[in-house]
Design a protein around this ligand. Structure first.
Ligand code: IPM
Ligand code: MN
Length: 370
């Protein structure tokens, strides 16, 4: 298979974690006979420094020309601490999501036995935790009209949704639920917000087309509590843009580290894969960042290319590093490995396991013939 991948390193630890994913993708390409062609592009603070624009036209074009986008991280403290900044790195990512109509952000949440001690929750509550968040990504308060009064003392952010924006992401979530444990939870604030009541009506109506999926509804404040109290109750979680942003960061602590979590942002044509962590500038260039969020995002990209065996091989390699203590500093403060070393271990494991399984296949085939 030949695939064109646009690679956007972005800011902070973005370049170093993305480099590990490229290493892993190259190992997959080599062992499974694929060709991944990379086109590097810039975005975020990096792009502002170089061009003044957080999303240069060439980057958008490179993304449009690609089969998938691999993205690192975005953000820089010099903008976070300057509320008056006219241009912000995050505008690059938000515009890219909008331009490519990446309306569904998919964030799987699962737990690893070897990391349970890192979670603030008791091991018992972590048993069976395996859910997936569908966050609407191109609407709501993130993209509504903003105003600030002339004297800068009054500001507004509008939260708006059209039915069609809800239907397309909800359908995706329902279809996903059908392939899983057939449960969908809509998180909203329908006791207060008009947009939430619209979400609830649309999801209720759609549910008649997916009668095998059990649907329930939670107010976001209760949901925030349930994610900690009883996370195993969730299967597919569907929610609007900002609630999804918040709930997914909260849910990440269940796994043990924010550094582990991947995500896919998809639309009808384009697809972007990125870890959910931020640019973590304090760690940039120190070889201490956890590359697994990015590597697992690359695994989601392989699934998107319908390369399921390859995606499974990447996940098996990641599980092997976690189970054997080849982990970064966020996971073990004393015995840890560098970002690059973990990338090497995962790439090597994929190469070794691909060779072993092809040897096994040959033996099986041989014995079948005999
Ligand atoms: C995320 C991030 C972004 C968001 C920021 C960087 C704009 O937090 O992908 O979750 O809020 O969507
Ligand atoms: Mn976020």
């Amino acid at each position: 298979m030949i695939k064109k991948i646009a690679v956007i390193n972005g800011d902070g630890i973005g370049p170093e974690v993305t480099a590990q994913s490229i290493k892993v993708l190259n190992a997959v390409a080599e062992e499974y006979g694929h060709q991944f062609q990379y086109a590097y592009a810039i975005m975020g603070a990096d792009a502002i420094d170089k061009t003044g624009n957080p999303l240069p036209d060439e980057t958008l074009e490179a993304c449009k020309q690609s089969d998938a986008i691999l993205f690192g991280a975005i953000g820089h403290p010099k903008y976070d601490n300057d509320p008056s900044a006219k241009v912000r790195p995050e505008q690059g990512l938000l515009r890219l999501r909008k331009e490519l109509e990446l309306f569904a952000n998919i964030r799987p949440i699962n737990t690893y036995t070897s990391l349970q001690h890192l979670s603030p929750l008791k091991a018992k509550q972590l048993e069976g935790v395996d859910f997936i968040i569908f966050r609407e990504l191109t609407g709501g308060i993130y993209f509504g009209k903003r105003t600030i009064s002339d004297d800068k003392t009054y500001a507004t952010d509008e939260c708006a949704y059209h039915e069609l924006e809800i239907v397309r992401v909800a359908k995706m979530a329902f279809e996903y639920a059908q392939k899983r444990r057939k449960k969908l939870t809509l998180i909203d604030k329908a006791n207060v917000l008009e947009t939430s009541r619209l979400w609830r009506r649309v999801v209720q109506e759609l549910s008649s087309q997916y009668t095998d999926v059990a649907v329930d509804f939670l107010f976001v404040d209760n949901a925030a509590m349930q994610v900690i109290l009883n996370p195993a109750q969730f299967d597919v979680v569907l929610t609007e843009n900002m609630f999804g942003d918040i709930i997914s960061d909260e849910a990440s602590v269940l796994s043990g580290s924010l550094g582990l979590l991947p995500s896919a942002s998809v639309g009808n044509t384009a697809a972007l894969f990125e870890p959910i962590h931020g640019s973590y500038p304090q760690a940039a260039g120190k070889d201490i960042a956890n590359p697994l969020g990015s590597i697992l995002s690359a695994a989601m990209m392989l699934d998107h290319f319908t390369l399921s065996a390859e995606a499974a091989a990447v996940r098996a390699a990641v599980n092997w590093t976690l189970a054997n203590g080849f982990v970064s500093k966020d996971i073990d403060a004393i015995n840890n490995y560098g970002t690059i070393a973990i990338g090497d271990l995962i790439a090597d494991y994929i190469k070794r396991s691909a060779k072993t399984s092809s040897v096994n296949n040959t033996i099986i085939n041989a014995s079948t013939i005999i």
